[in-house]
Design a protein around this ligand. Structure first.
Ligand SMILES: [Fe+2]
Length: 338
């Protein structure tokens, strides 16, 4: 007993021919069905699970050449072998351009038919396997990329926590700066990738403060000039700390330049206007706003309204006017819904 091999539909208007093929292919273990015309063939195909069709070209009603494209559209995974009289071989060859796998000529050499069926089914199996593999591979790559993205984000978050553990007064600062920066970026209509970058930058923009002496970082009073110079190093230190784990140049530069001022009076490089990376210009607004509205041991928190007026006053000097306007717009909308 031969093992079950594949489901074949034999489409021919001549019953004798259908029987002949049916007998031969069944004896080889194929599961065969028959259809005497195109309509019957479509009906059988609808039942599903047909892997291969042997399709007679000349049939009363809809011909095999007319049925072929319909099968290819509706059942693209079904292999088709055209059956034709020798005189019509050129038509059969044309059918192969339309997606038929092969053609066999009448009168049939049954062994040849069997060989062609075997080859067509093998080719179909390989194609399906290959497609499955590709789809599986794409899914695997996607999953892997998501895992890498997540662990990168976790590493960044851990760094932000490390800073917060050291700098008690800025606890929650990075998170708030992130939220406000993302809102500004959205208001400016920045693309999704930029939002992702600004989210990461917000979390770690002050990471360089890990390198600042605790006595300076948590000093309950105003800073000496030396202490202020020391604290100013944090933006460069931040870039240096992140360099081994962050490949994205935009994020590194946003961290380095988040204390630049639009008028060129900031640090570390005194960049001016559009020389300052846009992400840094956005972070600068959110960062300053949050600093102004947070309680410090040496001063009270400014009210949000006063801080907003300050952002407006410094638009074009300290802040990029576009980023400042977007911030004010976000603020206006937020206070309306509050
Ligand atoms: Fe900072």
């Amino acid at each position: 007993m031969t093992a079950k091999r594949g489901a074949i539909l034999i489409v021919d208007d001549e019953e004798v021919i259908r029987r002949l093929l049916h007998q031969k292919l069944s004896s080889e273990g194929y599961r065969c069905q028959e259809a005497g015309n195109a309509e019957q063939a479509l009906e059988k195909l609808k039942g599903g699970a047909i892997e291969l069709v042997i399709l007679d070209i000349k049939m009363p009603g809809k011909s095999g050449t007319e049925l072929l494209p319909e099968i290819k559209v509706k059942y693209p995974d079904t292999a088709v072998i055209m059956a034709t009289a020798i005189a019509d071989a050129s038509i059969a060859i044309g059918c192969m351009k339309e997606g038929a796998y092969d053609y066999v000529t009448k009168p049939f050499n049954l062994d040849e038919v069997s060989l062609s069926v075997n080859r067509a089914l093998e080719k179909r199996r390989l194609e399906l396997e290959n497609r499955d593999y590709q789809q599986h591979l794409e899914q695997k790559v996607e999953e892997q990329a998501n895992k890498i993205r997540a662990s990168f984000f976790n590493a960044i978050t851990a760094l932000a926590y490390a800073l917060e553990a050291k700098d008690v007064y800025t606890s929650g600062h990075s998170q708030r700066v992130t939220e406000v920066s993302v809102a500004i970026a959205k208001e400016l209509g920045l693309p999704k990738e930029s939002l992702e970058k600004i989210r990461l930058t917000g979390l770690v923009h002050d990471i360089g403060k890990i390198g600042v002496r605790e006595s300076v970082l948590n000093k309950p009073g105003s800073l000496t000039e030396e202490e202020y110079e020391h604290i100013k190093l944090h933006s460069e230190t931040g870039e240096h700390i992140l360099n081994p784990i962050v490949e994205d140049e935009e994020i590194l530069k946003a961290v380095r330049h988040h204390h630049e001022r639009y008028d060129g009076q900031g640090y570390p490089d005194g960049l001016k206007g559009e020389q300052i990376p846009q992400l840094a210009r956005i972070i600068a607004v959110a960062d300053t706003f949050d600093a102004m509205t947070s309680e410090r041991p040496y001063r009270k928190a400014m009210s949000k309204e006063v801080a907003c007026a300050e952002v407006e006053r410094c638009r074009g000097t300290q802040f990029d006017p576009e980023a400042a306007d977007a911030f004010l717009e976000v603020w206006k909308l937020a206070s309306k819904t509050a």
